[in-house]
Design a protein around this ligand. Structure first.
Ligand SMILES: NC(=O)c1ccc[n+]([C@@H]2O[C@H](COP(=O)([O-])OP(=O)(O)OC[C@H]3O[C@@H](n4cnc5c(N)ncnc54)[C@H](O)[C@@H]3O)[C@@H](O)[C@H]2O)c1
Ligand SMILES: N[C@@H](CCO)C(=O)O
Ligand code: NA
Length: 438
């Protein structure tokens, strides 16, 4: 096939991902032209500082600080600057001028997605964002396209590499959270300010994007329940290990029916969870990511690989570019977002799951029965209890595993336990995920 025309590509951002995208665009120019049916001509790279040191050797004349002028002459704009502004305004300008857009910007898609998709649809432009979730791992296109004929029931995702690395270090070496974070920082996994990762904010943005695609519903970022890993202790990891579980920061997106109202909707939440060691997600080690999808007809699927890294993420960006380049050549509008279901977004209190509750209690006759009674009174069924007596202090540690129970019932149980005279402290409450859907 002979490339019959040229597509002018403007790159916004020349950092970790942008520099690799630029390199691959230049090095693979001929092959990419054959795949697209048009030459992909890199017309410039907008950066903050044209003189900044770069790890990739790129032609100096491509760099500019004038992003607005650069996008004026582009057929395709690739946004790899990150952050909300000026990325949002530049993408709106690009779409408005008829250009197609590729972005890796999960923060922007999670917070301003509807505005961007509406404009893209209005002008018939394409907006692709495979790199926004799971870096190199194909997960956006599978949900948007391959699974478009199925009904997705639930997604369990390890979508943040930094926290997975930290929890894996704690699990495999017994390290504290502080020590594991220091290792992650020294190895370049964690940012100087790790709040977005360890606070679960990055994962919550990805959960909002995944839930929206899976359930054909707009899922605002502020409707995603979020807990980070900052409260996770070496003791919790060791206790989970003893019981045959591993602790992971999970993004859980699922169809739920509120037990109180019977309303059917969807829920998206991010929190640490115990996962059985024989679940495929337990095998996701280090900074890797994986998204486990349960669909009505397809059954269980897992998408696994590098969730970050400059060149790995560049793979997803180039895939998006080739895909929209082909459509650009063939003509016709882009793939619109599918949000026709607009299911109610239900609060975390509507969710039912299993829990592991660790209590410090006084060690005397009748305590076990009293504790069991509190669970029963609040409608939470106990699956197993483990007790370890702590020397001569007259206290014992109880680890109680529950059957599936509504979040609201568990919260009421924990409240009642906290004020019960035999309970010295509720040491830990952690959700248990990865069981078959009932
Ligand atoms: N690095 C990864 O592994 C990874 C993985 C998945 C997604 N992403 C996403 O990819 C995007 C880029 O990430 P990165 O790691 O390459 O970032 P980076 O910080 O390494 O690079 C950002 C680039 O954008 C330029 N830039 C930033 N603000 C600008 C402005 N106002 N005007 C002009 N230029 C500006 C900077 O000069 C720099 O060249 C982000 O949205 C990020 O969330 C990154
Ligand atoms: N900070 C993110 C980068 C990829 O989005 C992570 O640790 O996974
Ligand atoms: Na991806």
């Amino acid at each position: 096939m002979i490339a019959y025309r040229s597509l002018r590509v403007a790159l916004l951002g020349g950092g970790s991902v942008g520099a690799q995208v630029a390199r691959l665009l230049l090095e693979e120019q001929e092959e990419l032209a054959l795949r697209v049916g048009a030459k992909l001509e890199l017309i410039g790279i907008a950066v903050r500082d044209v003189n900044a040191e770069r790890t990739v050797d790129l032609p100096r004349e491509l760099f500019t600080t004038d992003a607005e002028s650069l996008i004026l002459g582009a057929d395709v704009v690739i946004e790899l600057m990150g952050g909300i502004e000026p990325a949002r305004t530049l993408i709106l300008q690009a779409l408005g001028s008829g250009a197609d857009v590729v972005t890796a910007n999960k923060a922007l898609i999670a917070t301003h997605g509807p505005e961007l998709f509406a404009l893209a649809e209005q002008v018939g432009a394409q907006l692709n964002y495979e790199a926004a979730v799971g870096g190199a791992i194909p997960i956006i296109r599978p949900l948007r396209d391959s699974l478009a004929g199925d009904t997705v029931l639930r997604i369990l995702g390890i979508v943040n590499g930094t926290t997975n690395f930290i929890l894996d270090q704690m699990d495999s070496t017994g390290a504290t959270l502080e020590d594991a974070l220091a290792t992650a920082t020294a190895l370049g996994y964690a940012e100087a300010d790790p709040t977005a990762d360890i606070g679960g904010y990055d994962a919550a943005q990805k959960a909002a994007i995944l839930a929206g695609l899976a359930f054909h519903t707009s899922v605002p970022i502020d409707s995603v329940y979020r807990e980070g890993i900052t409260g996770i202790t070496a003791e919790q990891i060791a206790s989970a290990q003893k019981a045959g579980y591993v602790v992971k920061l999970l993004a859980v997106c699922e169809r739920v029916t509120d037990p109180a109202t019977g309303i059917e909707g969807v829920s998206a939440r991010v929190h640490p969870a115990m996962v059985p060691r024989d679940h495929p997600l337990a095998a996701v080690r280090g900074a890797n990511n994986a998204v486990f999808v349960e669909a009505e007809s397809a059954g269980s699927l897992m998408f696994y690989g590098a969730g970050a890294g400059g060149v790995e993420t560049a793979s997803a960006v180039l895939g998006d570019l080739v895909s929209l380049g082909r459509r650009h050549v063939a003509g016709g509008p882009g793939l619109g977002e599918s949000t026709h279901s607009e299911l109610p977004i239900l609060d975390i209190s509507s969710v039912s799951t299993r829990y592991s509750v660790t209590l410090e209690v006084t060690d005397e006759p009748g305590v076990l029965a009293a504790i069991a009674n509190v669970f029963a009174e609040n409608g939470v069924s106990v699956e197993l209890v483990e007790q370890s007596i702590q020397g001569d202090a007259g206290t014992a540690t109880l680890v109680i595993g529950t059957h599936q129970a509504p979040e609201a019932a568990l919260a009421a149980t924990v409240d009642a336990l906290s004020s019960n005279s035999v309970v010295t402290s509720v040491a830990s409450v952690i959700r248990v995920e990865g069981a078959q859907r009932p």
